[in-house]
Design a protein around this ligand. Sequence first.
Ligand SMILES: NC(=O)c1ccc[n+]([C@@H]2O[C@H](COP(=O)([O-])OP(=O)(O)OC[C@H]3O[C@@H](n4cnc5c(N)ncnc54)[C@H](OP(=O)(O)O)[C@@H]3O)[C@@H](O)[C@H]2O)c1
Length: 268
Amino acid sequence: MDLKLTGRRALVTGSSSGIGEAVARMLAREGAAVVVHGRNRDRAGAVATDIGAAGIALGDLSTDEGAAAVHAAAVGALGGNIEILVNNAGGSSTGNTTKTPAEIAIADWLSNYNANALSSVRLAQLAIPAMKDAAFGRIINVSSAVAVQPNNLGSDYSAAKSALNNFTVSLAGSLKGAGITVNTVSPGIIMVDGLIRFARSKFGDPNMSIEDITARLVAAKVFDLPPAGRLGTPEDLAIVICTLASPLSGFVTGANYRVDGGQVRSLN
Ligand SMILES: NC(=O)c1ccc[n+]([C@@H]2O[C@H](COP(=O)([O-])OP(=O)(O)OC[C@H]3O[C@@H](n4cnc5c(N)ncnc54)[C@H](OP(=O)(O)O)[C@@H]3O)[C@@H](O)[C@H]2O)c1
C-alpha cells in the first residue's frame, strides 16, 4: 500500500536510537524527507547517513532553548515547514525504579514532566503555526502503556506520559478543521538496543539472543509476556506511526494507539 509519504517533510525526535530510529528509517524508506534528532552528534549523524536523511537536528528538548534550536535546524534541513512531527524523544529522565510516589523527589517529578510531556508541547507549539498555514499536519506523540496502566514505582515517568495523552486529546480538539491530526501511540515493552545491552550485561552473556533475554526476564519475574506472546520491536511501532503520519489517515485524531501486544487490559 502506498502511504503517500513521498516528499513529505518529517522530524522524528529521539531518532538517534531505538523506536525513533526505526520510525525515521521507515519514513525515509517510504520516500519522506526526514530529519534525525538526538543530543549526540555522532549517534544522530550515523543514523542520518545510514538512512539518507535530509539532515540532523541536535538539542535537549527539556529546555525551551533546546527545542527552539531543534525546530530551526529541522526547518533549515528540510527546506520548508515540518509536516510530520513525531514527538518520540523521552524515557525516564531519573531512572526511578525502586521509589514509591511518596518517596520520589519533587525535582524528579519536574524533570520527567519536562522530558516526557513538555518536550512534545514545546515542539508542537513551534510547528503548528506553519502547519495551520499549510492546512496540513500530522503530530504523533509517543507515550507509554504505563500512562494508562501505571506501576506502583517510577510514577514520575508514568504520570508525565499520562499528561502527554491528555495534551494530545486537548490539542486535537483545539485544531478542529485545521487539517492537522494529533494522536498518541503507546508502546508496551519494546526490545530496543539499550534494553538488550542492559540485559546482556545483567546476565553476563554478550551474545544472548532476544528470545533468551526475554525468557530470562520472564523467569526472573521482571515482567509477564503480553498476549502477543513476545515483546515488541521498534518496527512494531514504526508501522503504526507511519500509518498515522500518512495523509490518508486524516480521520484519526485525538486517539491513543496501544502497541503493546495486548499488555494493557482495557476496552480502549
Ligand atoms: N522501549 C520501551 O520499552 C518503551 C516503552 C514505552 C515507552 N517508550 C517511549 O518510547 C520513546 C523512545 O524510547 P526508546 O526506548 O526508543 O529509547 P532510546 O533508545 O533510549 O532512545 C531515546 C531517544 O530519545 C532521545 N532523548 C531522550 N531524552 C531526550 C531529551 N531530553 N532531549 C532530546 N533527546 C532526548 C535520545 O537521544 P540521545 O541519543 O541524545 O540520548 C534517543 O534518541 C520514549 O519516549 C519512551 O518513553 C519506550
